[in-house]
Design a protein. Structure first.
Length: 172
């Protein structure tokens, strides 16, 4: 059988995680722009952190609550088929003409004022929580993707990294 390319209808959602305590958010304007341009849902989450405040000064449960909100938003959309390159191929017998395959892309933007500590640190904690990073590879990941980040041991302590990396395995 020959393969037939299925048209892909891509849906996006944006999750903005605002970590800046110093300035007011522009999430409302982002939501209006996204809906006006591409009819994209924008979700706004807020966890105010002071600049260079050690990340272990925040209660672990506050991070867990934030990450659970992100998970809930990511899973709340009805479309669950996700394709990395937005192209899907299937056998002719499996698809009728003009059938469209839906895909969902969730963009998560962790943001703070400078983008050198809070946003990257909380992103690392989230990726540890999800199991994407480990206690063994998170530092090399940061060095590769954010070489100018300020994530020294006093700011992102190894104990918090280990706790977050082990959290899911303990609770799931």
């Amino acid at each position: 059988m020959c393969q037939k390319k299925i048209p892909s209808l891509v849906h996006y959602q944006i999750i903005v995680v605002d970590l800046a305590a110093e300035i007011s958010s522009h999430a409302h304007n982002l939501r209006i722009a996204a809906n006006g341009i591409m009819n994209t849902p924008v979700h706004y989450l807020y966890l105010p952190l002071l600049d260079l405040q050690p990340l272990n000064d925040v209660l672990l449960q506050d991070y867990i609550n934030l990450f659970q909100q992100i998970e809930a938003l990511s899973q709340s959309v009805e479309i669950q088929a996700i394709t990395a390159n937005n192209e899907s191929w299937v056998e002719d017998s499996q698809v009728e003409d003009n059938q469209v395959k839906d895909s969902l892309i969730t963009l998560i933007n962790f943001h703070c004022v400078m983008g050198l500590s809070r946003s990257i640190g909380v992103q690392v904690l989230y990726l540890l929580y999800c199991g994407t990073l480990t206690v063994y590879n998170y530092q090399s990941w940061v060095e590769q993707h954010y070489p100018q980040a300020h994530l020294k041991g006093a700011y992102l302590p190894k104990s918090l990294v280990e706790t977050m990396a082990n959290y899911k395995s303990v609770t799931c």
